[in-house]
Ligand binder design. Structure first.
Ligand code: ADP
Ligand code: MG
Length: 391
């Protein structure tokens, strides 16, 4: 379903409540260690300012659990945002109440106000209607640009839409368009690559994508459960015994579509400096564990990616946090980077792996929402998206 965006409405002189995702990582002294999320919101903020709108930003930060907590104040984010915009960013010490109402009333066209952490109120996550109404009361229009929280029905993502005309921001639009294309009408051949630790985390994604894709590559720890379903010995590898039957069923249903690794890197312990060797999938020594895919698998997966027009990737091919077992994941990242297919990455760890490898700018779209992108790939309707006006 296509949603209205900031481009579809008149914004001049209007007060716009914008839900952004400023949930940035910080070190112990409150220094922002990665401002990607702040940067990701800039196109929408800048667009609104260019249109002469009065911009009122709101976000959550961390888990203050419904109470005011100094370490979760958005002040450092306001400072960073102001630097990036090259313009002042006003702040308030709460996200609702008289101070906010006054600040919103006196806001001039193109000015930016950042409200304090939404989650200082338990009503935010509780999606309390009175809280949502109060939040909405300072604005004329609501814009959701926080894809990363759109899978949650909170007051600032769903509740407010009952009180204001609601549209998508530019980042949200981008996420919906690329993830939507990847799930609805992809250019073919369409290849999905799924990895990560557990089958159970990704069952719904596999179920949703299997009928849609031309090829489904399974790697990472979750491939082990499929190996076991094929009757292979997997030593001390991570496995989900209660998912072996499901894996058998998926192997039957998937047939030729489903591709598994043909060789793996096994280690004698789960550690960065473990002894390791590459073996065929039917030669895993007893007591050893699979921590990465091997070079023959990489070659096979690479050739599949090469022929694809659309590739969706979620979940690393191995324990990429240990450099010795990051090779498979980095190789897949490189294959995506080298391909002219539309490449879409969902999932926090897969995105991190691509950033780490320095290949992020060669990928068509890296989703900013880990959990949200996963739910999207599962075919679920995200409440924060459903609540926006249809085109
Ligand atoms: P994403 O965040 O991209 O959705 P997941 O959270 O599902 O990915 O999975 C990432 C985790 O899977 C990583 O921490 C990685 O170490 C782990 N993993 C990948 N392969 C294996 C393996 N063979 N054995 C154990 N853990 C693995
Ligand atoms: Mg993860």
């Amino acid at each position: 379903m296509l949603k209205k965006t900031v481009r579809d409405i008149n914004l001049a002189k209007k007060r716009i409540l914008v839900r952004v995702d400023f949930n940035v990582p910080q070190d112990k002294s409150g220094h922002i260690t990665d401002d990607t999320r702040v940067r990701a919101a800039l196109p929408t903020i800048q667009y609104l300012r260019d249109q002469g709108a009065k911009v009122i930003l709101c976000s959550h930060l961390g888990r203050p659990k419904g109470k005011v907590a100094e370490e979760f104040r958005l002040t450092p984010v306001a400072v960073r945002l102001s630097e990036l915009l090259g313009a002042p960013v006003l702040t308030t010490s709460d996200c609702i109440g008289p101070e906010v109402e006054k600040a919103a009333r006196y806001l001039k066209p193109s000015e930016v106000l950042l409200l304090e952490n939404l989650r200082f109120h338990s009503e935010e996550e509780g999606n309390d209607p009175a809280f949502a109404k109060q939040l909405a009361s300072v604005a004329d229009i609501y814009v959701n640009d926080a894809f990363g929280t759109a899978h949650r029905a909170h007051a600032s993502t769903e509740g407010v839409t009952h009180y204001l005309p609601s549209v998508a921001g530019l980042l949200m639009e981008r996420e919906l368009s690329f993830l939507g294309q990847a799930t609805a009408n992809p250019d073919r051949p369409y290849v999905a690559i799924l990895g990560g630790a557990k089958v159970s985390d990704k069952i719904a994604v596999i179920e949703n994508l299997l009928p849609k894709v031309d090829r489904l590559i399974v790697g990472g720890g979750m491939a082990n459960t499929f190996f076991k379903a094929q009757g292979l010995e997997i030593g001390a590898s991570l496995v989900e015994d209660d998912k072996v039957e499901l894996a058998k069923d998926l192997l039957n249903r998937g047939g030729e579509k489903l591709l598994l690794p043909v060789d793996v890197v096994v280690a004698d312990a789960f550690s960065a400096d473990a002894r390791h060797q590459t073996v065929a999938v039917n030669k895993v020594p007893a007591g050893w564990r699979i921590l990465d895919i091997g070079p023959r698998s990489v070659k096979k997966f690479r050739s599949v990616v090469k022929g694809a027009r659309t590739v969706v990737w979620n979940g690393p091919m191995g324990v990429f946090e240990f450099p010795a077992f990051a090779t498979g994941t980095v190789a897949v990242a490189k294959a995506l980077a080298a391909s002219d297919a539309t490449s879409v990455i969902g999932g926090g760890d897969s995105a991190a792996a691509v950033e780490q490898a320095g290949l992020a700018d060669k990928i068509t779209h890296i989703s900013t929402g880990g959990g949200a992108s996963l739910e999207f790939l599962e075919g679920k309707v995200l409440p924060g998206v459903a609540a926006l006006l249809d085109k």
